[in-house]
Structure formats: C-alpha cells, structure tokens
Write a protein that binds this ligand. Structure first.
Ligand SMILES: [Zn+2]
Length: 223
C-alpha cells in the first residue's frame, strides 16, 4: 500500500531552513519514522525555490535535491517530502505503475503550472495514465484568507478566470484543480483538504499568521 500523510504542529518543525535548532529538527524527523512508519533513512526532500523544476529520484539521488519544487519516483521504500506553511503540499500517486510524487505549489508554482508539469512528467518518464493518477492537496491557505495585491488578483482573473478571485482574495486550490481537470485527471481522484492553515486554528503552521513559524510536511512513500 502507498502510504501518505501530512504532519502537524504536534510533530513540530520539519525544516532545517527556518530558525530552529538543527539537532531538534533531526530528532523531529526521526520521530516521523516511529510515528508514521516510514523509512526516514531513505527520505528525499527539496531545497524548494518556488520554481517549476521537477526531479526524478533514484536510490542514487542526493538526500536534499537542490533548486526544485517537485519530486517523482518509482523507487520502493523511498519517501518523498514537501515542506510548507500556507503553500499547497500536493501528493500524487499512480498505484498501477507504482509511481509517486510531491509538489510544492505556492502562488509562483501554481502560476508556472507545476502540478500540470509534474503529471506530464509522470506520463513521460513512467508512462502513467492520467485516469490512474490520484492527487491530494493538503492543508494550505484558502480563498477565505489568501489576499494579494489588486494587480495580482487581476493577473489571476485574466490568466485563469474570474471565478478564482473574490476582490483581492484568490483561490489557489481551485486553480490547481482546474489544471488537473484540464489534463484529464478524474474529479473523483482529486482530494482537496478544506483546512485553511491561516484561519482554521488547526495544527498546521501558517507563514501569514506568524512569519517566524516552522514548516509541516506532506510525505508519500511506496512500500
Ligand atoms: Zn482562511
């Protein structure tokens, strides 16, 4: 069985790049292997840069893949991780081909269609079929709270459609969903968390609530 989950603030900060003690973060990551049963020794993660580079992970890949915002693998027992606080952590999998993927989709990544490019790469490299791909969008800042400048809201309106804006509020989840549906991903295979990291008061970090916060993670692993 493919295993996936999103960590919470109870799992504490998972990222090295925020203002946190390195040994504490290492311990927090180790705890994930006990609490969620993943092989932390084989974990791969990214130096995320809000771009749209996508890397294919093999057993030989570096532990931290530099300057990319999506990972794909068909390697068994090799968990992939994306770290966020408001951006959308997206997990994808094709059980038929045993291929998994993580995507970091903030505003930039979404504008660059990173989730769409990741699906296309899953097809190109591993011959995944869109009808077999399931996509999970984790807790992230939602249209209730994601306020941007007037200019940015207008950009969203003209690039994606009026339905993705409400004055200066934008709907990143909706835009990602549209990109997936346009590719042929089945609606029933798209699962979007309704938890807004900023206003839900649930256990997830929100950068807009506290820009000194940690990061939580979306992790997926093949058996
Ligand atoms: Zn909200």
């Amino acid at each position: 069985m493919i295993k996936y989950f999103f960590t919470t603030t109870q799992d504490k900060n998972i990222a090295f790049h925020v203002n946190d003690d390195i040994s504490d973060v290492k311990q927090n990551r180790l705890n994930l292997s006990a609490n969620y049963g993943i092989n932390i020794d084989n974990l791969r993660y990214m130096n995320q840069v809000h771009g749209c580079n996508i890397e294919v992970v093999t057993k030989q890949s570096e532990v931290c893949l530099d300057k990319c915002d999506a990972l794909i693998t068909n390697e068994s027992n090799t968990p992939l991780m994306v770290m966020v606080a408001d951006c959308i952590p997206i997990l994808l999998y094709d059980e038929k081909k045993s291929v998994i993927s993580v995507v970091h989709a903030g505003r930039n990544g979404t504008f660059l269609s990173i989730v769409e490019k990741t699906v296309l790469k899953m097809h190109e490299v591993f011959n995944c079929k869109v009808e077999n791909i399931t996509v999970v969008l984790g807790p992230s800042i939602q249209k209730c709270c994601y306020e941007v400048s007037v200019e940015m809201a207008n950009t969203v309106k003209s690039k994606f459609g009026e339905e993705y804006t409400n004055d200066r509020l934008i709907d990143l989840q909706g835009i990602n969903k549209k990109q997936l549906l346009d590719l042929g991903i089945l609606s029933k295979n798209i699962d979007i968390s309704h938890v807004c990291t900023k206003c839900s008061n649930e256990n997830y970090y929100s950068y807009r609530l506290n820009n000194n916060c940690g990061r939580f993670a979306g992790i997926i692993s093949l058996p």
